[in-house]
Design a binder for this molecule. Structure first.
Ligand code: AMP
Ligand code: MG
Length: 277
C-alpha cells in the first residue's frame, strides 16, 4: 500500500472529549498539488466501477457517506463536486428533511434503513440519523430521556452496517460563524441563488452555540472505530470538495474492489462473432 500521508489520518476525530471550536474551519491539511487532481478523479471513477462490478459477482461491499454540517457548510457542493465524479450509476443520494408524519410514527432509524445502499453502491446521506440528536436536541423535539438513548442506538446501528459489508464514512463539514454569514449574504445578493435561501437558516443561526454543543456530543459519543468521524474544514470550498473526494478515494483504494472473473470460453465466443462468409 502507498506510503503517502493519509487525509483520513489527518482529519480523523481523536477519541475523548471534543470541542468543535478546537478545529480550524479554515485549515487546508494535505492540500494537493493541482496536477494530481485529474488522475485522482479518474482513479475514483474506476474504483467505483470496480466496486459495482464486484457486486455483480456476489460481492457484498458498499460505502455509505454521511454528510452533516450547518446550513451553507456545503453539503450540496460536495455532492456535486466530490460525489459527482462517480456518475449516476452506482450512487444513491438521499436527503433527509423534516420527517413526515408517517416517519415520525416510527423509530428514528426507520426512514434511514429504507435508504441504505445495496451491494456495490455508494450511498450518500445529505443529513442523516444524526439530525435526531442535533436539531432534535437543540429544539427539544423529543424528550431528553429519549434522544439520550439514541447515541448508543446509532453506534449499534452503524456496527450492524459495518458487519454487513458497509464502509461508513462520516463527515462533519466545519464552517465558521462568520463564513456562514458571508455565504448567506452572498445568496441574498444574487437572485439566481435565492432559491437556496431559507429564512429559517437565520433562525437556526441564532442557536449556533447549542448546535456546537450538540455536535461536540455527536463527535465524542459516536466516533467509533467501526464508523469514525472526520472533520472537514469547510470555509474554503475548493479545499472542502477535494477533501471529501479524497476521503472517498482513500476509502475505495483500501477496499480494493475486484472485477469478478466470470468463466467465459473466449475462443468459442470469438468464433461465434466471426464475420459470415
Ligand atoms: P436542508 O438540508 O437545508 O434542505 O434542510 C432540511 C431541514 O430538515 C433542516 O432544517 C433539518 O434540520 C431538518 N431535519 C432533517 N432531519 C430532521 C429530523 N430528524 N428532525 C427534525 N428536522 C430534521
Ligand atoms: Mg438549508
Amino acid at each position: 500500500m502507498s506510503k503517502d500521508a493519509s487525509l483520513r489520518d489527518a482529519l480523523r476525530v481523536p477519541h475523548g472529549p471534543i470541542s468543535v471550536s478546537g478545529f480550524d474551519s479554515g485549515a487546508k491539511p494535505l492540500e494537493p498539488k493541482s496536477k494530481r487532481l485529474e488522475h485522482d478523479l479518474d482513479q475514483m471513477a474506476d474504483l467505483q466501477e470496480r466496486l459495482w462490478a464486484e457486486s455483480t459477482g456476489g460481492g457484498e461491499r458498499r460505502v455509505l457517506l454521511v454528510l452533516q454540517g450547518m446550513d451553507t457548510a456545503g453539503k450540496g457542493g460536495v455532492v456535486k463536486h466530490a460525489v459527482g465524479v462517480f456518475g449516476p450509476i452506482g450512487v444513491e443520494y438521499s436527503a433527509f428533511k423534516k420527517p413526515t408524519e408517517e416517519e415520525r410514527a416510527h423509530d428514528f432509524l426507520w426512514r434511514i434503513r429504507k435508504r441504505l445502499p445495496g451491494p456495490g453502491m455508494i450511498g450518500v446521506f445529505d443529513r442523516s440519523h444524526y439530525e435526531d440528536v442535533l436539531v432534535v436536541r437543540v429544539h427539544d423535539l423529543v424528550p431528553k430521556a429519549e434522544w439520550e438513548t439514541r447515541y448508543d442506538a446509532i453506534n449499534a446501528f452503524e456496527q450492524e452496517l459495518v458487519d454487513g459489508g458497509t464502509t461508513v464514512v462520516k463527515v462533519f463539514l466545519h464552517v465558521s460563524y462568520d463564513v456562514q454569514r458571508e455565504r448567506l449574504l452572498r445568496r441574498l445578493a444574487r437572485p439566481d441563488k435565492h432559491w437556496k435561501f431559507n429564512p429559517s437558516d437565520i433562525d437556526e443561526r441564532a442557536h449556533w452555540d447549542e448546535y456546537r454543543a450538540a455536535y461536540d456530543a455527536v463527535l465524542e459519543r459516536t466516533n467509533t472505530d467501526a464508523a469514525p468521524w472526520y472533520v472537514v474544514p469547510a470555509d474554503h470550498k475548493t479545499y472542502r470538495n477535494w477533501a471529501v473526494a479524497e476521503l472517498l478515494r482513500e476509502t475505495l483504494v483500501e477496499l480494493d474492489p475486484r472485477y469478478p472473473q466470470p468463466d467465459l470460453d473466449v475462443a468459442t465466443l470469438r468464433e461465434r462473432l466471426a464475420p459470415p462468409h
